[in-house]
Ligand binder design. Structure first.
Ligand code: PRP
Length: 290
C-alpha cells in the first residue's frame, strides 16, 4: 500500500499520551481504519484519508511543510517547534502544562530566584522564550528525556517539563514553581495551499469532529414539570434554540426535552428541581450537529 496524493493526510502520534484518544476521536467520527503499533500509515476504508503515525515532535513540522494536511498534536509541541500551522480545533484531551519545577528542598521559591540557575529541559525554545520574557538569565541545559532526574544528578537546579497529574514530579521529589503555558491536544491544519477537493474533505472532517466534541460536552435532558413552570425552565435551559415541550396525559403537566452543557450540568439540574421538575432523565449524546 502506498500513500495517495489526492487523499487527505492526517498525522497522529504513533505512541504516547495522545495516541489512544486521537484514534478514539477518529473512530468516533466514523472513520474505518486499522492501527497497529508497527504501522507507519493506514488507509481509511470509508473516507479519502491516509493516517500517518509519527513521533509527536515531528508532527508540527510535517503539517507546517504540507507533508501532512492535518495533524493532531499537543499545543506544547507546536509552540516548542515554533511551527507555523493553523490551530483549527482544541480537542479537549491531553491536558497538561509546561512548568518549571525544583527539588522540594531547593531555596528557589519563585521564578525570580531562577537568575543564574541551571534548568534542564526537553523544551529549550519554550524555556528560552519564558526566560526572555521574564528577563531572567539562566543556563538552559538541553536533554532528550527524563528531565526529572537532572537535579538529583546535580546536572541542574531546576527542570522545565510537562506536568499533567503531577505524579512524576512528586515521585521524583520535585515541587512545581511556575507555569510556562497550558496545553492540550489540538487539530492543526497546514497553511500550505490546498486544492479544492482536499479543502472539501477537510470541511467534511471538521464538521464531524465538531459534532462529536459538542456531543461530548453536552447531555440530553428529559423531565416532567407543571406547565406553569415552563417559563422558569426555559430561562434555566435555553437549549439548542429552545427546548422541546410535549403535553402529558395528566392535565397541566408537560415533558421538556433539552440539551445541557456538561460544565453547568449539576447547577442546572438543581435549579430545575427547585422550579418543580420531576423524573429528570439524563442521557449522553452521540453526535450533535448544530
Ligand atoms: C511527560 C513529562 C513527564 C510526565 C508528567 O512525559 O515528561 O515525564 O509526562 O506527567 P504527570 O504529571 O501525569 O506525571 P510524557 O508522558 O509526555 O512522555 P515523554 O517522556 O515521552 O515526554
Amino acid at each position: 500500500m502506498t500513500l495517495t496524493d489526492s487523499n487527505l493526510k492526517i498525522a497522529v502520534q504513533k505512541q504516547g499520551r495522545l495516541t489512544e484518544k486521537s484514534l478514539e476521536l477518529l473512530e468516533g467520527i466514523g472513520l474505518d481504519f486499522d492501527f497497529s503499533k508497527d504501522q507507519l500509515f493506514a488507509r481509511c476504508r470509508n473516507f479519502d484519508l491516509d493516517l500517518l503515525f509519527l513521533r509527536d515532535n515531528d508532527i508540527p513540522e510535517y503539517v507546517q511543510d504540507g507533508v501532512c494536511d492535518l495533524g493532531i498534536v499537543g499545543r506544547n509541541m507546536v509552540v516548542e517547534k515554533r511551527a507555523s500551522v493553523t490551530a483549527v480545533q482544541k480537542l479537549g484531551f491531553g491536558n497538561c502544562r509546561l512548568a518549571i519545577a525544583v527539588p522540594e528542598s531547593s531555596k528557589i521559591t519563585s521564578w525570580q530566584d531562577l537568575e543564574g540557575s541551571r534548568i534542564a529541559t526537553t523544551y529549550p525554545n519554550s524555556l528560552e522564550a519564558f526566560l526572555l520574557e521574564k528577563k531572567i538569565k539562566a543556563e538552559v541545559i538541553c536533554i532528550s528525556g527524563s528531565a526529572e532526574i537532572a537535579p538529583s544528578l546535580n546536572l541542574s537546579d531546576a527542570i522545565c517539563d510537562l506536568v499533567s497529574s503531577g505524579n512524576t514530579l512528586r515521585i521524583n521529589g520535585l515541587r512545581e514553581l511556575e507555569l510556562v503555558f497550558e496545553s492540550q491536544a489540538v487539530l492543526n491544519e497546514t497553511k500550505a495551499s490546498l486544492p479544492d477537493p482536499k479543502r472539501q474533505l477537510i470541511n467534511r472532517l471538521l464538521l464531524r469532529v465538531s459534532a462529536v466534541l459538542k456531543a461530548q460536552r453536552t447531555k440530553y435532558v428529559l423531565m416532567n414539570a407543571p406547565e406553569s413552570a415552563l417559563e422558569k425552565i426555559k430561562a434555566i435551559i435555553p437549549g439548542l434554540d429552545s427546548p422541546t415541550v410535549v403535553p402529558l396525559a395528566k392535565p397541566g403537566m408537560i415533558a421538556v426535552h433539552s440539551v445541557v452543557d456538561e460544565e453547568e450540568f449539576w447547577e442546572v439540574i438543581e435549579q430545575l428541581k427547585e422550579v418543580g421538575a420531576t423524573s429528570i432523565l439524563v442521557s449522553p449524546i452521540e453526535k450533535l450537529i448544530a
